[in-house]
Design a protein around this ligand. Structure first.
Ligand code: NAD
Length: 741
């Protein structure tokens, strides 16, 4: 055998040992070559009479296998058919390709010889599916990083190597669906109690134990190949309990995802149908659903954004090359309010000594209280120990004295949003800094180039824009001022990675990238309100198209007084009579006449309960609206969905044309992590490239512009991209990829 990713030998007892060890990688993945090797190994085990049984194991300390190689898969998913194939040929070729690993694993399972697997560490996705096709699984009990799971659904895929069929047959439909639909992984104890693994042993002994089992069980069979096999918990269509599980799961899925995620719908159908069939037929059903899922644009979009781009940015994909990585010895945070307190916490959590500065030591201590509360909660929930919590708190020094952070590597200011105050802080802080140290402003609205005017070293001045609540939001938007240099950018990216967040890099502009584009979603909702669309319809469609909240609820949480102010400013800037138009009148009425300024006041478009959660849309809102649309048939839902999503993507395109943003990965990840743009689309750029296609998107935006106004009109850049058939990932590929092309 000519193997590249496995070593293979037969020992003196006739046991074959196949050790998975992809060269040059720290973790095994199922590349095309690895699958070819598994096919060859299976054939050898089945046909070589000298082999009495087999043990699969891993040559990597990190674990057995992390699943399919998504880099390869991202290239293939949703790929265009070859022009010279008939539809029937194409379907057959697709099925054969999709079925090959599935078929091989079934051959391994039925080869008539016992096969056991030694799981020294994690087994995820295809890695777990290979393990489930073995007759016996021995897992390490001394590897804290070990986890098992089928996470495919999280990136728009369906486990396609038997996972949707073997897991329910092993642990029951309900438990299996919980893990497959949510992509939830399990630790080793849970895996043992559910029966996903059969035995535990120290990692170094797992292969030995697996071999002992193989020798002791020459007639091994999978449980579902035993006569009289019964599905744990019953078969869906025959047992009332299991039948209920399927009905409930369907309803819950619809409530959570509004049918936006084809993978989850397919998983449910696949488990429902497959578990009623003999395993061989069931595996073929799985492959059909697998292919259907993989072909959806959502799968390609989610793999590319949620896995590949996230991973690339998480490794500093947008960091300029040629600068040494910064190790942070001390970082100061000035302003211990809502944001500063959160920033201090995430720094200390990452082990960075932090000086938290405010106008008085007392104020700074109040800011530190935020960390104390978070630590206390984490200890209570068993997420950390008292000692670790205390060590985190000890890293935060509170002060009102700027001398206490002399020589810090970086300063983040998070004082009030006031340019004069920020200018003063900049001067005072810079007096403490060595050359090359970075001054970052967490401003949410003030242009960085303007703020940098107060700096004596504008090349080291940069925007470091966090989102609230800091400890929960995964994104940080780094904003380059006109004079910010590349060394400062590299250090800032290092900082964001050090505090375990994902950085995107943008250029200076009002509202930067995220606030500017996000605002278009709420503005579109307000326009719909002014047109007479019933508030409940606006809110429901907003959520149903994949946004985390309806636009009116978002407006409430930002503050309706702020929305009114911004609306007036924008109208003035573009010469519109805001007080004379329906939207301006509505906003003035609710804010100034009714005093309903949003969630902070407990009343806005919504009424709020004591816990700050919305209870209902304020009923009197309808009294001010001339309701013209109070029903939402499917065509109306599509129209409103397109208005919401196309409008945001048009603003994103404008940001690219103006050079505010320059890398499609930043565009996608920023849109998902900052404002929750419908994740099944892969983000704003992938929404255009993959869900619509550039030409179709431009045509739809033109249609909407003709009907609702020029805010939808595609810019010249989009027209040029459509003419050339280029998507965002073609035109705004990462700099390194562009250079290589
Ligand atoms: P905040 O009002 O909660 O806190 C501001 C803090 O700055 C207060 O503790 C105040 O005492 C302190 N401060 C004022 N003058 C100071 C001085 N001279 N020296 C030291 N400290 C001083 O405000 P916040 O919501 O935390 O916002 C801070 C910054 O972050 C603003 O620029 C804001 O635009 C930006 N921001 C806010 C959010 C948000 O959701 N609140 C999100 C992103 C960015």
């Amino acid at each position: 055998m000519n193997l590249e990713t496995f070593s293979f030998e037969i020992d003196a007892d006739g046991v074959a040992h196949a050790v998975f060890d992809v060269p040059g990688r720290s973790m095994n993945t199922l590349t095309g070559k690895a699958i070819a090797d598994i096919i060859a190994i299976t054939n050898e085990i089945a046909t070589n009479d000298k082999i009495v049984g087999a043990v699969l194991s891993s040559g990597k300390a990190s674990g057995f296998c992390a699943g399919a190689d998504l880099g390869e898969m991202g290239e293939q998913a949703g790929g265009k058919p070859k022009a010279d194939m008939s539809e029937a040929e194409l379907k057959k070729a697709q099925f054969d390709r999709g079925f090959s690993l599935n078929k091989t694993l079934r051959e391994l399972e039925t080869c008539g010889k016992p096969v056991a697997v030694a799981l020294n560490g994690l087994a995820l996705g295809g890695g777990l599916e290979v393990a489930l096709a073995c007759h016996y699984r021995v897992a390490a009990d001394d590897n804290p990083k070990l986890q098992f799971g089928l996470p495919e659904a999280k990136i728009g895929l369906l486990p396609g190597a038997g996972g949707t069929q073997r897991l329910p047959r092993l642990i029951g439909v309900q438990a299996a669906l919980e893990h497959i639909l949510q992509g939830k992984s399990m630790k080793v104890d849970k895996a043992l109690s559910l029966g996903v693994v059969n035995e535990l042993a120290p990692a170094a002994q797992t292969a030995e134990k697996a071999k002992a089992w193989v020798l002791a069980n020459p007639d091994a069979k999978a449980p579902w190949d035993e006569k009289g096999f019964k599905m744990p918990g019953g078969v869906v269509h025959r047992s009332p309990g299991a039948g209920q599980v399927a009905t409930m799961a369907n309803a819950m899925l619809a409530a959570q995802s509004y049918g936006n995620y084809p993978a989850q719908k397919n998983i449910l159908s696949c488990v429902y149908e497959g578990t009623q069939l003999p395993i061989d037929a069931a595996l073929r059903v799985e492959t059909r659903y697998f292919i259907n899922t993989q072909e959806r644009p959502e799968a390609k979009a989610m793999i590319r954004s949620l896995f590949l781009s996230m991973q690339a940015l998480g490794k500093g994909g947008n960091r300029p090359a040629g600068f040494e990585k910064t190790e942070f010895k001390q970082i100061a945070v000035i302003g211990a309010g809502l944001m500063g307190a959160g920033i201090a916490y995430v720094q200390a959590k990452a082990g960075i000594p932090t000086v938290l500065v405010d106008v008085s030591k007392e104020n700074a201590e109040k800011g530190k209280d935020y960390s104390r509360r978070l630590v206390e909660k984490a200890v209570k929930r068993g997420k950390t120990t008292e000692a670790k919590g205390q060590a985190l708190l000890d890293l935060i020094t509170t002060t009102d004295n700027y001398d206490d952070f002399k020589g810090a590597d970086l300063v983040v200011e998070a004082v009030f949003e006031n340019p004069e105050l920020k200018a003063k802080i900049t001067e005072m802080a810079e007096a403490q800094l060595e050359p090359g140290a970075v001054f970052g402003s967490n401003t949410s609205t003030l242009p960085i180039t303007g703020l940098a005017k107060a700096s004596s070293r504008p090349e080291n001045f940069i925007g470091i824009h966090f989102f609230s609540p800091v400890e929960r939001m995964g994104l940080v938007e780094i904003i380059m001022g006109e004079k910010t240099d590349q060394a400062t950018l590299a250090k800032s990216v290092d900082y964001v990675l050090a505090i375990r967040k994902t950085p995107i890099v943008v250029n200076d502009s009002r509202g930067f990238y995220t606030s500017r584009c996000f605002g278009t979603y709420t503005q579109e909702g307000l326009s719909m309100l002014a047109e007479g669309i019933k508030p409940a319809i606006i809110e429901n469609v907003g959520r149903q198209c994949g946004m985390p909240m309806g636009p009116l609820e978002v407006s409430d949480s930002v503050g309706l007084d702020t929305a009114l102010k911004v609306g007036r400013q924008m109208a003035e800037a573009s010469g519109i009579d805001y007080s004379g138009n329906e939207l301006g009148q509505m906003m003035a009425w609710i804010v100034e006449d009714k005093g309903r300024v949003g969630r902070k006041a407990g009343k806005g478009f919504y009424d709020y309960g004591d816990n700050g959660k919305p209870t209902r849309i304020w009923p009197d809102l309808n009294s001010q609206i001339d309701v013209k649309v109070d029903e939402c048939p499917p065509a109306m839902k599509t129209e409103l969905t397109n208005r919401f999503l196309v409008r945001q993507a048009i603003e994103v395109a404008r940001c690219f044309e103006e050079g505010v943003i320059t890398d499609a990965r930043d565009g996608d990840i920023g849109s998902i992590l900052a404002w929750g743009f419908a994740p099944y689309t892969g983000g704003c750029c992938s929404y255009v490239d993959l869900i619509w296609g550039i030409k179709e998107f431009v045509a739809e935006a033109d249609r909407l512009a003709d009907k609702y106004g020029d805010r939808f009109r595609p810019n010249d850049m989009l027209r040029d991209m459509a003419a050339k058939g280029e998507g965002f990932y073609d035109r705004f590929a990462p700099a390194a990829e562009k250079a290589a092309a």
